[in-house]
Design a protein around this ligand. Sequence first.
Ligand code: K7E
Ligand code: CUA
Length: 681
Amino acid sequence: MEKLISKFKNAAPKAALLMAIAAGSALQGCTKTDGGGNGGATSDALSSDAASKVYVAPGKHDEMYSFLSGGFNGQVSVYGLPSGRLLKIIPVFSQHAENGYGYNEETKAMLNTSHGFVPWDDLHHPKLSRANGTTDGRWLFVNGNNTPRVARIDLRTFETVEIMEIPNSAGNHCSPYPTNNNEYVIAGTRFSVPLDMKGGTGDVSMDKYEEEYRGSISFIKVDKEQGDMELDFQILVPGFDYDLANGGKGPSEDWVFFTTYNSEKSGTLKEIGASQNDKDYLAAINWKLAAKYAKEGKAKEMPANYYHNKLDKNTHTAKSTVKKKVRYLLPEDCPGMMYLLPAPKSPHGIDVDPSGEFMVVSGKLASAIPVFSFSKMQEAIKNKQFDGEKNGIPVLKYESVLKGEVKEPGLGPLHTEFDGKGNAYTSMFVSSEVVKWKLNELKVVDRIPVYYSVGHIVIPGGDTKEPVGKYLVAMNKITKDRYLPTGPELAHSAQLIDISGEKMKMLLDFPTVAEPHYAQAIMADKIAPNSVKFHKLDENKHPGAAKKESEANVTRKGNKVIVKMTSIRSHFTPDNIEGVQVGDTVLFHVTNLEQDWDVPHGFAVMGANTSETLIMPGATQTLRWVPKKAGVYPMYCTDFCSALHQEMQGYVRVSPKGSNVPIKFSTGKKKQNIPGVASAK
Ligand code: K7E
Ligand code: CUA
């Protein structure tokens, strides 16, 4: 998207017309609606029909989960479908004050990188883990674009449990793509850079772009049981830009496909420089063969420097490991591993249909959508129908691999999903519509306007072998008049479309958190039954845990004060602490003793330079505090946990440095029995 938008903004001659069209479509939306934001309005009868289709009665559950990327928000947001209700925000590459992620001592290490602590990233593509080419509801993999990282979310807890930095990468955009049984999660670099062969970029003149800049594709192994990731090897590829990828299925399941642009290898003003060639490439990589080459000794090793951060299950604490080498393959050493298929200028999306036979490439500025045939590709390879080579990689003849083109589909095709009933749906960024076409005949059969400028679309399982062809969610880049105005900054917007019939029907608009790029959706029954309700206290191995109130204490070690504290409705133990001195580092390890669903306690202390932290039942979390002034500081529970939540508070006394006030702690010297305390929430 970024590239496309800048194209319109700068109005290079060729893009000028398209820019006008883009602006026109947005303006049209603004003026034709009367402030009610009812663009694409339907009659009242139709509206009530749509309303009944998205209505989920109070207390009833949605049929599906959807996971929308947060884009520059760095998070994943979870919505129920069809209601569009926001269920959760899962922080991944961003700090989250709501629960303390990235602020408390347990999760800070999640955001460590070779560049230091990086508490933000640009999250574009969520991908659900797979079993036999369909989603299995175990994990969600997501990419960090800016400081190249791949993260794994555990869908039992909806928590980020692992983040791996990707070495030799710069802009981890075509990422992360799981193979059909999560053998690998594959991640490609967007920018090519002069690799210093140590996981970074070398100090090389930009005039040497053509000769010295390279890209990389990373193959991350995923543990079958636990999901833990490990970087197995990389393929160092020519210095193009790698945009998006998709894994094959069925006959093509050993393959993964990447769109490339800037095959011109222009190092500057790419909106022109990267648009010289009439065709760029779709890169096809046989990942199974690559893995075999790597295993059989074709891989070389180079020094590297990248972080791998994992949440330990027992202590619920993230630990960083620094990795110091990486294996790599060169395509020129590995015959049969990689081919290039010419694709119309600067393609963006690449999507493989459920049968695994068709590869749909979205040409952004192209007037047709080319569809490649996997069986033709196999034939062409067998018959050596090559059109030369690039960096030792054979280029296949366009005609020899093309099934055909969808003619005049709309303007600005970006991404395609499938319904499993022989139809494909492509988003049109410029003409703001979703276009439905027949895969076999390559014929457009329906189109529906969306508001406005749609990027990705998602159909539950629409990128797998088994789509659920019921709904499509369009994620739109421009919101304009769709909701009550909120000043210059508006929420982004998604639209739910019914695709169960022949004609697409608009059902619902819902605002989204920051900028969703891609999303995944899945039937709720693949996730909900496994959802963890609380952590078992006896499995808590956190070194700072106090598992009963009698274990709570405060100890001093030099200028460190360690507080082992418990929380239960509705008090902390201890709730009176003395003997802390200015400049001490106080670590509040707070254990939530509750063993019941939905009873978190929060913890905050006045003047702490982080956020509060929210502790789930059975877990321990740590808030670090360095008091700067003598005084008495209140602390309290931040989550309204019982009728006596407001009473869930205490004090810490801070004395001047060197004071002789001893460490002292207590709770409830005068014990009282307050009825109803334990049962309130
Ligand atoms: Cu098209 Cu980053 Cu998948 Cu945005 S990308 S839309
Ligand atoms: Cu515990 Cu409020």
